[in-house]
Write a protein that binds this ligand. Sequence first.
Ligand SMILES: [Mg+2]
Length: 169
Amino acid sequence: MKFEDRTIFVDLDDTVADFRSAAEKILAKKLPPNCRGITDDEWRCIEEDRRFYFDLEIVDGGELMMSTIQTILFQRNMIGCFLSAIPANIQDKDRVCYAKSKWVNKRFPYMRTIYVPTSKDKIKFCEDGSILIDDKPDLVEAWNLKGGIGILLHNCYDVNEKLKKMFDI
Ligand SMILES: [Mg+2]
């Protein structure tokens, strides 16, 4: 299989950026792994913290997985792109996109960023053989059905091994 000219799309929140831990800290409660079910009032609370998206930690194993992705992009001349949904409940979407882009540029400057209104819109970017790494099982399934290679992320270490095997590194 030839990978050149294809894109590796990577979800941002809870795939590489640790949104959940930071949100749990602010909201003082546990969130489900997919972080669905955050109320409007809770989104307000997150938005009021102006540093929230700038200061997210990288998830465990995230640096290792991203360094493998960087190697693949360089070796195979592929494009790497974070594909991130900006939740509909967020009021100041421009500011969140700006913060997320700054976060990415500081930590992973070789990656591009695309923002979509909902996670379902990610599917629009699926081409034959393009890769999506995401923590949401329904998205990964839809990506695979459309002819892409969807990789479900439970943890970065497993995905890292999968990528190394896939690209023979
Ligand atoms: Mg996610």
